[in-house]
Design a protein around this ligand. Structure first.
Ligand code: HEC
Length: 203
């Protein structure tokens, strides 16, 4: 009798354990899909910092020097702006104002083979941040021969900066009556030299 009772209570406890185990299994079974769903963090959205914009500059490449006849003619020279400030540049060229400077990205040319390009405000402040260029031009495009300031010499042996510095008050634009040494080329031939730009014939 005693044996029977023991066996019964043993069986009951086995049964109970089994039932509890089953019940526990159901309770702890992990909700599988939520694990992957929560694995996608929102961290990427906040990880993009608000960077300080780089100061504006324009370092011209050969392709920026295209057919000057496509650029705005102002008196003797041609002018454009490669950063979208054409209107501002042309306005100042048409209405020169002592002390005002052309916007960054401005290119001014009198002849196809030489150019002045306006760089960013820390490029060369003593020279109002102009970069001077000697260019080789052909129907195939432009090659930059020399760029910079002191080493840029025109085809007549004159230093660009040396002459143009006299017109400092008008942002180094010489034209006439601003003290620049004369080029020694009759002004009447300027249009012919511009019309001969070989880069314009390619269409
Ligand atoms: C001997 C002095 C002298 C030298 C050297 C010289 N220039 Fe000039 N440049 C002038 C003068 C003067 C004018 C104005 C011409 C005119 O409109 O009659 C001029 C005009 C220009 C213009 C048209 C805008 C303006 O200033 O009137 C550009 C662009 C220019 N030169 C770029 C250059 C570059 C680039 C070099 C060097 C490769 C250079 N110049 C060398 C005297 C010089």
């Amino acid at each position: 009798m005693r044996m029977m009772t023991l066996r019964r209570s043993f069986l009951v406890s086995i049964l109970t354990l089994t039932l509890q185990a089953c019940g526990n299994d159901d309770d702890v079974a992990p909700p599988a899909p939520t694990a992957t769903a929560t694995a996608v963090p929102t961290a990427t959205a906040t990880a993009v910092p608000t960077a300080t914009p780089a100061p504006l500059d324009f370092a011209a490449v050969a392709e920026d020097f295209d057919c000057i006849l496509d650029w705005e003619p102002v008196r003797s020279f041609r002018i454009t702006n490669k950063l979208g400030f054409v209107g501002e540049a042309v306005d100042l060229a048409r209405n020169p104002e002592r002390g005002r400077q052309f916007p960054v990205g401005t290119i001014i040319q009198l002849f196809p083979g030489e150019a002045m390009v306006k760089r960013g405000e820390t490029f060369d402040p003593d020279n109002n941040n102009w970069e001077y260029f000697e260019l080789d031009t052909s129907v195939d495009g432009t090659t930059i021969r020399v760029r910079g300031r002191d080493d840029v010499i025109n085809r007549f042996g004159g230093q660009c900066f040396g002459c143009h510095a006299a017109a400092r008050d008008f942002d180094f634009i010489c034209e006439t009556g601003r003290g620049c040494v004369d080029l020694g080329i009759p002004r009447e031939v300027f249009p012919d030299l511009q019309n001969a730009d070989p880069r314009c014939s390619g269409g």
